[in-house]
Design a protein around this ligand. Structure first.
Ligand code: 5MM
Length: 343
C-alpha cells in the first residue's frame, strides 16, 4: 500500500459521520493530577489498569472510532496480555499516539508557549507504527491575555504544527493538528473568536506552505467560548446556541472545506456542557466538515470518578464512559437533549 493509500484508509476508518475520538493521552504529570483528584496513586500499573479498563468497555467502538494513547500505554498490555493498541483495534477503534513532548515558554514572546518534540520525529513515528499507531496528535497551546498570543506566538506555533503534520504524512501516519486556545482568563466570547480566527488562519497558512494534504489530516480545535473567569461564565456561561454560532462562524472564515473532520477538545468544559455544545453545532446547517469530538476530560471524568482505582468498580466506570460516548454520538447528529441525562 502506498503512503497515501494508508492515510486514506485511516481517514476512512476514523471519519464515518457517527463516531468521535477518545483522548486518553494524558502525560505522566497530567494523569497524576487527574488520579490525585479521585485518590488514586499514579503509577505505570495504575495507568495501565485504568486505560485498559476504559478500552475494554463493551460497545465503545460503536461511538468511538479512534483513541489517542500516551507513549507509555502503547507498550502496555491488558489483564489478558493483549497489547493495548491491539485491544483498541479489536474493538474497531483506531489506535493513535500523542507525539509532542510537552510545552514551555516561547523565547521572545512573553506569555506565549511552544511545544517540543520535532527532533527525531520521523524515526519515532516508524517505531509507533510498528506498535500499531495509525495516527498521531500534537498540541500547541495558546494562552489568552490582552497581549497574547503575540504575532510571533501565532507564527511559531503554526510552523510547529505544520512541520509535525508534514512529517506524519510522509510516514503514513494521519496527523491530528491541535491548536488549543486556553479557556483560562476573563476574556469574553468576542475576544475568544478573534483569537481562534487568528490561530486557525495562521495554522492553515503554514499547513499550505508545508504541503500538508488537508484531506488526510484532522483538526482538533477549541470551541469558541468565553474565558473561564469571564462574567458571563459565572452567570451560567454562554448558551450552546451562542457557542455554536460563534464557533461555526470562525471556522467557516478560516478552515478549508477539504478538511474531513473537526474533532473538538473539551478544554475544561464539563461533560454535559461539551455534549450540549457539540449538539448545538450539529443543529446549525451547512457545515462542510464532520463536526465531532476528541474529548479527554469530558468523556472520562464520570468514569474516573466511578472507578476510584478499584477493579470491582470497572463495570460502573465503563457504563459511565459508554453513556458519555453515546451521548456525544447523538450530539454528532443533533439528537442529544438534556433530558437524556436523567434517564
Ligand atoms: C486539551 O487537551 C486534550 C483534550 O483533552 P480535554 O478534552 O480534556 O481538553 C488532550 O488530548 C491533551 O492534549 C492530553 O491530555 C495531553 O495533555 P498533557 O497536558 O498531558 O500534555
Amino acid at each position: 500500500m502506498s503512503v497515501v493509500d494508508e492515510l486514506q484508509a485511516t481517514i476512512a476508518d476514523m471519519v464515518d459521520g457517527r463516531r468521535g475520538i477518545l483522548a486518553a493521552d494524558e502525560s505522566t504529570g497530567t494523569i497524576a493530577k487527574r488520579f490525585e483528584a479521585v485518590g488514586v496513586e499514579s503509577t505505570e500499573e495504575s495507568h495501565r489498569a485504568y486505560r485498559s479498563m476504559l478500552l475494554s468497555t463493551g460497545g465503545l467502538g460503536d461511538y468511538v472510532s479512534g483513541v489517542i494513547l500516551f507513549e507509555e500505554t502503547l507498550g502496555q498490555t491488558d489483564d489478558t496480555g493483549t497489547p493495548i493498541p491491539q485491544l483498541a483495534a479489536g474493538a474497531n477503534i483506531v489506535p493513535g499516539i500523542k507525539v509532542d513532548k510537552g510545552k514551555g515558554p516561547l523565547a521572545g514572546a512573553p506569555g506565549d508557549m511552544i511545544t517540543y518534540g520535532l527532533d527525531g520525529l520521523a524515526e519515532r513515528l516508524d517505531g509507533y507504527r510498528a506498535q500499531g499507531a495509525r495516527f498521531a496528535k500534537w498540541r500547541e497551546v495558546y494562552p489568552v491575555s490582552p497581549g497574547n498570543p503575540t504575532r510571533l506566538g501565532l507564527t511559531a506555533n503554526a510552523e510547529m504544527l505544520a512541520r509535525y503534520a508534514a512529517v506524519c504524512q510522509s510516514r503514513g501516519v494521519v496527523p491530528i493538528v491541535e491548536p488549543e486556545v486556553m479557556m483560562d482568563g476573563d476574556h469574553d466570547i468576542e475576544r475568544d473568536a478573534e483569537v481562534n480566527e487568528c490561530v486557525w488562519h495562521e495554522v492553515f497558512h503554514a499547513l499550505h506552505r508545508h504541503g500538508v494534504i488537508l484531506e488526510l489530516m484532522l483538526l482538533k480545535p477549541s470551541m469558541v467560548t468565553p474565558g473561564s473567569e469571564c462574567v458571563s461564565r459565572s452567570s451560567g456561561g454562554a448558551p450552546p446556541e451562542q457557542v455554536a454560532e460563534y464557533t461555526l462562524r470562525s471556522l467557516r472564515r478560516t478552515v478549508p472545506a477539504a478538511v474531513p473532520s473537526i474533532n473538538f477538545l473539551s478544554g475544561g468544559q464539563g461533560p454535559e456542557e461539551a455534549t450540549a455544545n457539540l449538539n448545538a453545532l450539529n443543529q446549525l446547517w451547512h457545515a462542510p466538515w464532520q463536526l465531532s469530538f476528541s474529548y479527554g476530560r469530558a468523556l472520562q471524568e464520570p468514569a474516573l470518578k466511578a472507578w476510584e482505582g478499584r477493579a470491582e468498580n470497572a463495570a460502573t466506570a465503563q457504563a459511565a464512559l459508554l453513556k458519555r460516548a453515546r451521548f456525544n454520538h447523538l450530539a454528532m447528529r443533533g439528537e442529544y437533549s438534556e433530558g437524556l441525562e436523567r434517564e
